[in-house]
Design a protein around this ligand. Structure first.
Ligand code: RNT
Ligand code: ZN
Length: 430
């Protein structure tokens, strides 16, 4: 058993920590209130190694990869929902769920992706409503015979391209219905794998085709109160090392142009693993948001490549959180997760990665942001650096534990006791 601090000690520690933060005019209570209002969109695909339910045992394609064979992965929508419910029960705050189209819950005959309709996701919509969870959505442009050549929306084969255009349009309608059912816009993210393993002779035509596909997909303007479209670029994938049609610049330009009747720009999605291995995304947020209304984040952790390791409280995630707080941009930045590790307990992976992201947000909210900006404006860069450095040894852990207690979830690492019990009772039986 992982030992847990008793409530009295947690409260006591918080009172002291609060005083220390107050010395710098940081109000820990209001930081916690603000934190409780931030929703993170958990990604359903951590629960089954990006398998989906269309084709059990089907191969994961598209240049992304999971490694590991930890026992107990979810095999059905009900199993995945049970695992998710366990994970949510260990997270402070109210969070969202990002579903991928191939997690369709339709037990009878398989449905072609271009024929998916909102009713095929009814069980998810009902479940989410009962749990008080709001949904986001993603088209699935991989792990499918029509994506086996590595090309979808940018394909030179017009039949293949048409099929995926129809899929994307179907997904927008599903997302709009989810948004309507939940009274909150469903963010509908689009990522395609299209690219070349080795030096292409023509980098131009696929991008022209992709632009044309997107224009067709977005022809119908849907209410931003129901759904918002996001576009996710990438530098390279496995098997598309030399060229990816939907690159950073490509989608950034697409998003920056005002391309819909309603005047709503597309959201730009920044995945932490989609740039050069040492390139970080925190600095990109303010640049993108100068020209684009909103961004979606895929918080992940690349290790030497876009490996999608479980998120931890590292420098990059902290810098991202600081940027959002310093720009007061919580209404313009949608936080989503995107990692998949099959080598550890999958429920624990969700809990570790999400709690780490929430911790980063709390750390950022507990900074003397106005003071740091004042020091900067007055040219006191010495004090700015000194204070930023000193924030690292503030009693953050006491505030975090108190927040968990307040939100009715285990403080410290004691949540692991619940996951272990769940593993014995549920996962080991699969
Ligand atoms: C792939 C993208 C994409 C996927 C999910 C499963 O590199 O990051 O977001 O991880 O759609
Ligand atoms: Zn991603």
């Amino acid at each position: 058993m992982i030992p847990k601090l008793d409530s009295q000690t947690i409260n006591h520690n918080y009172i002291h920590a609060k005083e220390i933060y107050a010395l710098l005019d940081i109000d820990a209570d209001s930081a916690l209130k603000q934190l409780s209002e931030i929703a993170i969109s958990l990604h359903c695909w951590q629960g089954d190694d990006v398998g989906g339910f269309e084709n059990p045992g089907g191969e994961l394609t598209g240049g992304i990869q999971t490694t590991g064979n930890y026992p107990g992965k979810a095999r059905t929508p009900d199993e995945l929902r049970a695992d998710l419910a366990k994970a949510y029960s260990l997270l402070p705050g109210n969070h969202r769920l990002s579903l991928h189209a191939f997690y369709v819950d339709h037990p009878d005959s398989p449905i072609e992706r271009n024929e998916l309709r909102p009713e095929h996701f009814e069980s998810w919509i009902d479940w989410a409503k009962a749990q008080g969870i709001k949904l986001d959505f993603n088209g699935t442009f991989f792990s499918h015979p029509k994506a086996d050549q590595g090309w979808t929306l940018a394909s030179a084969d017009s039949g293949i391209r048409q099929y995926w255009i129809e899929h994307a349009i179907a997904c927008r309608k599903i997302a709009a219905e989810m948004g309507r059912a939940q009274g909150s816009p469903c963010i509908n993210n689009l990522w395609i794998p299209d690219g070349e393993k080795d030096l292409p002779a023509d980098r131009w035509a696929p991008r022209q085709r992709l632009r044309d596909s997107l224009d067709q997909i977005f022809q119908e303007s849907l209410s931003a109160a129901l759904t918002k479209d996001a576009l996710e670029p990438k530098l390279f994938g496995i098997g598309s090392e030399a060229y990816v049609a939907g690159s950073h610049e490509f989608y950034l330009a697409y998003c920056a142009q005002n391309n819909s009747d309603s005047g709503v720009r597309k959201l730009f999605c920044l995945d932490t693993g989609h740039f050069h291995p040492t390139e970080q995304i925190a600095d990109k947020i303010s640049s993108v948001l100068t020209f684009v209304d909103e961004v979606l984040l895929h918080v992940s952790r690349g290790v030497r490549w876009d490996s999608d390791h479980v998120v931890i409280l590292g420098d990059e995630v902290r810098a991202i959180a600081e940027e959002i707080v310093r720009g007061d941009a919580f209404d313009r930045v949608h936080l989503g997760l995107d990692f998949f590790d099959a080598s550890i307990n999958r429920v624990a992976a969700w809990v570790i990665g999400t709690r780490a992201t929430i911790k980063a947000l709390l750390l950022a909210l507990l900074q003397p942001t106005p003071l740091l900006k004042e020091l900067e404006a007055s040219g006191d860069r010495t004090a700015r650096l000194a204070l930023m450095e000193d924030m690292k040894t503030m009693p953050f852990g006491a505030v975090w534990d108190y927040y968990c207690e307040l939100q009715g979830v285990p403080a410290g690492a004691a949540w692991l006791n619940d996951v272990r019990e769940y593993e014995v009772k549920v996962l080991a039986e699969r």
